[in-house]
Design a protein around this ligand. Structure first.
Ligand code: HEM
Length: 228
């Protein structure tokens, strides 16, 4: 994003700094990816947005439950986790209804591989699931802005298909600032912190892989209906 978007923010510190700096290169890569760039420039087909949201549904149907499990197993995760605000399955289901999607395409291999990997990490170290929550909460910053472009490009009515991209609405900025403070209050060992960072990195990579797959499927479907 532009410098001005970062202007008023104080320097990151503590555990938040580790997560931010440890994923910065991946963020830079994700932000300029083909799919994300087209999202920003409003050059996205409705079926692509639906396909992306369908993958997010498969992801959250697994991950929302893993958040609950991590909270039951680790008080530190429980202290930062807010089930009402952080679960996304019900929001994505409504988004897909808004888009008129009833027939869901299956999970991509990369989506399933990520879910399997988080499952393994959860079993070994419940706190590591925080890496997913960090990426999901952090991404609300950019998604809020990207959503406006998508809505105008697809001509969607104002409150349609906003749940996944902008789950917190007017509360987004406040929530993100609080989340960063909460991250730094957690009592984590170096090992815990590194496990969270590892999952956060995997989460970024999965996003990029899913985005590439959505574009690829769309191109293939498109060339299949082109005459000649
Ligand atoms: C069009 C693409 C994107 C734009 C324009 C964008 C924009 C932004 C902006 C402006 C911030 C800074 C917010 C702040 O410091 O208060 C931010 C933070 C963040 N974004 Fe993105 N983003 C994009 C894509 C993504 C993607 C694809 C992901 C992950 C899947 C992601 C994850 C994050 C995370 C985790 C943070 C928090 C960084 C921190 O700890 O301060 N972003 N993004």
């Amino acid at each position: 994003m532009t410098d001005s978007a970062h202007h008023s923010h104080p320097e990151a510190t503590g555990f938040h700094k580790l997560l931010k700096e440890g994923t910065q290169a991946l963020h830079d890569q994700a932000e300029v990816g083909e799919f994300q760039s087209r999202m920003v420039h409003g050059d996205l087909a409705r079926s692509e947005f639906a396909s992306f949201l369908t993958q997010m549904l498969h992801l959250h149907q697994a991950v929302d439950g893993m958040y609950d499990e991590a909270a039951a197993k680790d008080d530190r995760f429980a202290s930062i986790y807010d089930p009402k605000a952080h679960k996304r399955t019900h929001l994505i289901q409504k988004d897909l209804e808004d888009l008129g999607v009833s027939d869901l395409s299956p999970a991509f291999e990369t989506t399933q591989a990520f879910v399997n990997s988080v499952r393994e990490m959860l079993d070994a170290s419940p706190i590591s699931v925080l890496g997913v929550l960090y990426v999901k909460e952090g991404a609300t910053n950019g998604n809020k802005f990207v959503l406006k472009r998508i809505q105008s490009a697809l001509g969607l009515p104002e409150a349609h298909a906003v749940g996944y991209m902008d789950p917190h609405g007017m509360e987004q900025r406040k929530r993100w600032n609080q989340f960063k403070r909460d991250l730094n209050e957690l009592n984590l060992t170096d090992e815990d912190q590194n496990a969270c960072l590892e999952v956060a990195r995997q989460c970024f990579q999965m996003f990029m892989d899913i985005s590439a797959c959505v574009s690829e499927h769309f191109d293939r479907q498109h060339s299949a209906v082109e005459p000649g």
